[in-house]
Design a binder for this molecule. Structure first.
Ligand code: SF4
Length: 365
């Protein structure tokens, strides 16, 4: 019997909204977002990158819109993309309206740098309501509303939250509540506190992000730590891992974070030991070769790659498939049973063969 995966926390109860076909808020899975790095006006390149992100499992994609040429391209991109497209608007309110008219699934506005944003809220709310377009209020530490900067002196958690809640209240005055909020900061500690404040003070869905998180290694850790701290409290409805790396990497990391918290079904999971003085095989190479050989596997599969007999048989038995190595040989386990013992040089190919066979069984069942 398959046991239900333990949940990390009950989700915070939120309003719900639809970003195109993707439901956002409590009651819907936490979704993974990313952002294209192409010039949006280059429709083909942008659609090509969106297709790559879609294949990697991206749920919602955001595109920048810094010029009229980009705004003109939104309609074609929104129509042809297989996943909902969010237009990202800074500085120019006219592009908010263009994005809504173009049929984007949502529009992200940065109230800190859109000219006279507060004066435009009534018109934006009316246009968004007419088209059924949700708005994300995206506050960012680097472009915090000057009024909040003057009040707090820097982008504190309170300043970030207050900026977002102020803008949300302006939309609420026009009875517009199809809002999602983000308050990004590059410091995970500040960011976590800002989202906690928001979670206490409103019931809008929240989009999590550590902004300018850095290159892949640092950005992955910052995002995983911050998202883990928040998701542990049930806070967070969509996530974006910002990395100075190709956006497909952001999506992979996002999925891995959600899978680690059992917020997404686990797919391929390699349980490999760190190796130590008892190791009787090269665990690093073995784990890398097995991971590479099984890349892209879509069925849930837990594969244990263990260096010796201390924990090897135990972990290998618990996994769908595993190897406990020692004395130049590998004991291959499938569903808890030793099915064969192979020489070390055949461990990788045997594991991959058995994994493929198990995957076929799962797909046919
Ligand atoms: S399984 Fe064996 S080799 Fe791997 S870390 Fe544990 S004791 Fe060391």
């Amino acid at each position: 019997m398959t046991m239900a995966a333990p949940v990390v926390s009950e989700r915070r109860r939120t309003r719900q909204l639809m970003v195109g076909s993707v439901g956002v808020g409590s009651g819907f899975p936490v979704s993974v977002q990313s952002m294209t790095t192409t010039v949006t006006a280059d429709v083909n390149a942008t659609l090509q990158q969106i297709a790559e992100l879609t294949a990697a499992g991206c749920d919602i994609v955001r595109v920048a819109c810094p010029s009229q040429d980009d705004a003109d391209a939104l309609s074609a991109i929104a129509t042809k993309s297989q996943i909902p497209v969010v237009a990202d608007i800074h500085f120019q309110p006219k592009y908010v309206f263009a994005a809504i008219e173009a049929g984007c699934a949502a529009v992200r506005v940065n109230p800190g740098n859109i000219k006279r944003f507060d004066d435009k809220v009534r018109e934006i709310a009316a246009a968004a309501r007419d088209h059924g377009t949700p708005i994300r209020i995206g506050v960012n530490a680097g472009s915090l509303d000057p009024r909040l900067m003057a009040k707090y002196g820097r982008a504190t958690p309170e300043a970030l939250a207050e900026s977002a809640l102020w803008e949300a209240s302006l939309f609420a005055e026009h009875d517009f509540h199809d809002l999602k909020i983000s308050v990004k900061h590059n410091d995970p500690v500040v960011m976590v506190r800002a989202y906690e404040i928001l979670a206490e003070r409103c019931d809008y869905p929240l989009h999590l992000g550590v902004t300018e998180a850095g290159p892949a290694f640092q950005g992955t850790i910052k995002s995983a730590v911050a998202f883990g701290a928040l998701l542990r409290q049930g806070i967070g409805d969509t996530i974006r891992v910002s990395l100075s790396a190709p956006p497909v990497e952001e999506v992979k990391v996002g999925h891995q974070i959600l899978q680690s918290l059992n917020l997404r079904p686990r797919k391929l999971e390699i349980v490999s030991c760190p190796s130590c003085g008892r190791a009787q095989v090269d665990v690093y190479t073995l784990a890398e070769q097995v991971t590479a050989g099984l890349e892209g596997m879509e069925v849930p599969l837990r594969v244990a790659v263990m260096g010796c007999v201390v924990n090897g048989p135990g972990e290998a038995r618990e996994a769908d498939l595993g190897v406990a190595s020692g004395n130049g040989k590998g004991q291959i386990f499938v569903k808890g049973q030793v099915i064969k013992t192979v020489p070390e040089h055949q461990i990788v190919e045997t594991l991959i063969e058995e994994a493929m066979r198990l995957a076929d069984e799962v797909s046919q069942s």
